[in-house]
Design a protein. Sequence first.
Length: 221
Amino acid sequence: MHLLFKYNIYIIYMEIGEITFKSKAKAETYTRDLINKLKICEIDKENENYNFFHDLLLRHNEYNNKVGKGIKSFMIKQNKLNNKAYEIFVKRIDNTECVFSWRYCCGVILNNNLIRALRYSILKQILRFKNNNDKICQLCNKEEGNFHVDHIKPFTIIKDEYIKQNKLIIPVTFRTSKDNNIKFKKEDKEFKKAWLRYHKKEAQLQILCDKCNLKKSNKIN
């Protein structure tokens, strides 16, 4: 999900990597059209579509099991029961294969919670930056109105890079706070600490007015 900070209010969209969708239906349509365009093929790490399918798989609540020892490529195959439909497989580095449902990944809520937990955990870093910097939009120089803290390098890219280099088990269950925020559980504190260090190192932040922030935000479908 994509959350824009506006005081304590969140505007929420569905994210698959760098693309933000207004609804589950739009995410499904985009993914279906891409699969039908590519048809039967193998998508390795050099392929321009590899990151999208990896980002899609990240939404699966059995991501760790699907990946196994690591991903070698993704494969689009014809459905054996319906020759007009396609399935997506993960080809692991040990050459074993595992199918996963792209429709499930487009609609799953659980790993949206992973994104919400990642965002919520950096809230102190975001608020500290906002409080320690002048409220002047870095793009239009506006000095009045509602301001947001923006990631110059998009949050989705930082998040995906962290997960891809991460060696720890990715959390799949979370806890909900009294104010309805999604947080990491105590047993995932090492994953959270590593994420906080990574975000602090990689994130370049800036103050933007609400209009400039919306213009700059990820492609929305």
